[in-house]
Design a protein around this ligand. Sequence first.
Ligand SMILES: [Zn+2]
Length: 293
Amino acid sequence: MLPREEELRALICEVGRRVYARGYVASNDGNISVRLDDHHLLATPKSVSKGFMTPDMMVVTDMQGRKVSGHRDASTELKMHLAVYEMRPDVRAVVHAHPPLSTGFAVAGVPLNKSSLAEIIFSLGSVPIAEYATPSTQELPDAVKKYITAHDGLLLANHGALTAGQDLMNAYYKMETMEHFAQITLVARQLGGENLISRQEVDRLQGLRDFYGIKSPAPICTDPALAGSDGATCQFVDAPSSDGPRIVPPAGPGPGPAPGAGPGGGDGGEIRLTYRELAALIADAVRQVTRDV
Ligand SMILES: [Zn+2]
């Protein structure tokens, strides 16, 4: 066995431990793979907790997923990894897991594509949702193929998440970044919604991404006409247009208090009453009813 292969087997175990320790998988969920050379992959075996793997458990397959060596078999989800390697010659490693916050967004059908964090715009750009597919069928790799050409991180509708990178740790860190982004997004929405970076500023960030040579499979696009329809050629970032302030508060009444709305209500259609006012209203209603009778 080549020393490099030994290293990669050990590194897959390390990534598996981190994925498990951070709760990105339960039971035997998830799978990890890496290119061994131009014609072979090293992949995690099925039916094993990713937190407790040993280097000897790994499976070597060819680029069609046929087993070349190993005592165990690869997961049927390896098809999804093969789709990534087919579409992206630059990708050397793939991580698939079910991190609860990202998967929550995938289940709710909410993509992680708002312009809330400059660092996310620099790194992942946006995270679209690949359409639902029956597990283990060809539908899943096909859904992945559609979006992976332009993105390094995907949500898989009603399933989980997938990230791709130029090496194992890079693919794993993207999974961490995605889950962190999902957590921050959820908290911001619970607090009334995100203040968003303006479309004009996002375009400026794209310019900086180019200037600093930050690797990305596709440029960012901010034109809403491209949302959802063109996941294959650009990373759609949903950003409000603003020629003035670079940070734009949420539009309209959100799930929490609207900005500037003081106690006693705002203009969001919500009516707030004191106990005394409510009691008076009820008394009025009762009087009305008894009069009618
Ligand atoms: Zn899965």
